[in-house]
Design a protein. Sequence first.
Length: 471
Amino acid sequence: MNLLKEFQQYIKQQNLFQPKDKLLLAVSGGVDSVVMCELCRQAGYNFAIVHCNFQLRGAESERDENFVRELGKKYNVEVICKKFETTEFAKQRNIGTQEAARLLRYRWFLEISAEKMQLNFDKPSNEPGWHTTIYPDHPKWWVATAHQLNDNIETLLMNFFKGTGIKGLKGISQTSDKLMLPNLVRPLLFATRKDIEAFATQNNLSWVEDSSNASDKYTRNYFRHKLIPAIQEVFPEVEKNLSDNIARFKEVEMLYDEAVQQHKDKLLEEKGCEIHIPVLKLLKIKPLATIIYEIFKAYNFSTHQTGEIIRLLKSESGKYIESQTHRVLKNRNWLIISVTGATLAQHILIEEGDKQIEFEDGQLNLKTIKSADHKLQTAVNIAQVDAAEIKFPLLLRKWKQGDYFYPLGMKKKKKLSRFFIDQKLSLTQKEKTWVIEMDKKIIWVVGRRIDDRFKITDKTKQVLQISFSQS
């Protein structure tokens, strides 16, 4: 195998970067990253070297850093090294050491590449997705890691055995998660470990060995040293077969994502900062569990919560389930997804027959009265409208810019923003203003005024009376 030729072809086929672009090579000192350096030199790419010292292996970590610095001298390129307090970082965030190293590594790579491209970089607050750096469509600096085909196979198997969706079965991507590191590429994913070691030998390359790679206490090492060799005894072509499967799974994922998106487009309705999903329509979807998992994972609901959400579909109104960041609430015939912290839903359906509605800023009481029996109410907290003009369900929501209605006694529409100025409402009063809407028509600016189109007339036979009591 001509590894250099395959390397250049793979980069071109996958459109990872252009020959004139610059690379930050993530180099640990191991054989994979050393070979990546040599391939980039032989291919004529412009690169610098970055090295993470996680200080997890004592003197060995220092040895690796020194080796990488010497490698930079060999190639006459810039070397950027950084020491991390990895153990302390892991304790602070209550995460594993490997996860801590991953977050530290990618966060630093992001910072370096942003500086190289002279981009604004916001210091991290939460992981992952810690930055708001805006990258151009085609970055001029790319971070390259030396993940290879065997790493990909090991990742596929680990994902499969611990339980995963389609995304886990496709293994490692050639490029990165946009939230983690938008300009990450992995140009060695086509090459096996044997190919890389053969190239290193042919080119008289030296490298350092990480002693932790020999320990089976790490899951990846167990798969590498024990499981895969055992499988190879039964299926000698397992590496090639799994490599082919990874390629197929990537194509399967494209079809899968397209189908899932079609369901999302039909089911998800954005209402302000919330997502509303019609329960009856969702219950007709097949396969239900898969679609629910794909919808709700975007809001940090776990695989194990899928069953809870399915049970929520047939629960009584008011029940809810929470993830770390969101809550899904059953509100009559709807599921409402909102960010945790909002005390109640910001869009609430009022169904025919509802007598009482509780919401963030108070309570509504509804009743229908015969026209002959009703007494005209002038209090602003009571709305009386012609029941014949009302078609349920109604929507109770907070007002938004652009809303307008026909104030009682007026034949011309008026924007609510203008109405509030006329009423001399304070900013706080505006923020606490709700409206009741029907077919995109505002019936009542709650506690303020009804719409003239729904007023009681001489022809009214029944009156819908809505009373508002403030919390």
